[in-house]
Write a protein that binds this ligand. Structure first.
Ligand code: SAM
Length: 284
């Protein structure tokens, strides 16, 4: 793809604004227009509001806008990128809101307004899991977003979509399966980024479930932390750290006490979380 718009090439933007990549901010920029367009298209239709985390020099932002996004809210922590993003905003008047700050503090309710947004991002890997866990445990449910299209390190993407019985299956897999349907769409080689990261990346699409299994999110996190914290052990042993009788907990949840964490599908963990809440006096 020669170009998506009539703005200067990204390399020139990066040079002009002195956007040398900072490792501390997880900066690995995407300059390949085919790729930024492919990520943007994965969130089609782009008719509502798109929240982009970490726009940096604006490559993905420009793809979203060029492909028709009506409103993009771009949350960026690096103040050096703001002038570059203002240029994009001037090219697409009234369609790009720039929010300067930490994505972990982003108040979606205050910015998104009515309707549900989609989140599209080449995430800074140092906070990618924390952001995803925050989105998956959003309250109230249904959440403020209708879809997440996110780039992760391949190894994290595999944990997100992992099924019971696999090595990658863990806390993140259970939390994801509880509240969303997740799929790895495609891999992205390190060579696509400037500078190249050490590992392959993957784009994942998550669609929140309308009716997730009833359970308390903090309790689900507590039981999965305990169970996968000692994943080689039988549950009757690993769940001892919860401070309630694990045998009784497992019996009431209808789970074999000799099973291990990686054998239990999300329904089993949701049952454990419900029983845990009912049996514990202290707030979870
Ligand atoms: N979207 C750009 C692209 O695809 O080329 C940049 C992606 S780069 C992997 C991650 C971006 O997230 C950087 O621009 C970085 O400054 C930004 N970032 C890092 N930590 C952040 C945070 N806590 N809140 C918001 N943005 C952050």
């Amino acid at each position: 793809m020669a170009q998506l718009d009539d703005l200067p090439p990204l390399r020139e933007i990066i040079r002009r604004h002195g956007l040398t990549a900072k490792k501390s901010l997880g900066q690995n920029f995407l300059l390949d227009l085919n790729l930024t367009a492919r990520i943007a298209r994965a969130a089609e239709p782009l008719d509502g509001t798109i929240v982009e985390i970490g726009p940096g020099p604006g490559g993905l932002t420009r793809a979203l806008l060029a492909l028709g996004a009506q409103r993009v809210i771009a949350v960026e922590r690096d103040e050096r990128a703001i002038d570059a993003l203002q240029e994009v905003s001037a090219r697409y008047p009234g369609r790009l809101d720039i929010v300067v700050g930490d994505a972990l503090d982003f108040n979606a309710a205050a910015h998104v307004g009515r309707g549900r947004a989609k989140v599209v991002a080449n995430l800074p890997y140092n906070i990618a899991t924390a952001l995803l866990v925050g989105w998956l445990t959003a309250e109230p449910w249904l959440p403020w977003y209708a879809m997440l299209v996110l780039m992760f390190q391949r190894e994290v993407a595999e944990r997100i979509v992992a099924k019971p019985g696999s090595k990658a299956y863990g806390r993140l897999s259970v939390l994801t399966a509880w509240r969303a349907e997740a799929k790895i769409l495609f891999d992205v080689s390190p060579a696509a980024f400037v500078p190249p990261p050490k590992v392959t990346s993957s784009v994942v699409r998550l669609v929140p479930r309308d009716k997730p299994l009833a359970c308390h999110s903090r309790a689900l996190q507590r039981v999965t932390e305990a169970a996968f914290g000692q994943r080689r052990k039988m549950l009757r042993q690993s769940l001892k750290s919860l401070g309630v009788d694990p045998q009784a907990l497992l019996a009431e949840a209808g789970i074999d006490p000799t099973a291990r964490a990686e054998d239990i599908p999300v329904g089993g963990f949701a049952a454990l979380a419900r029983v845990f809440v009912a049996r514990t006096a202290a707030p979870v």
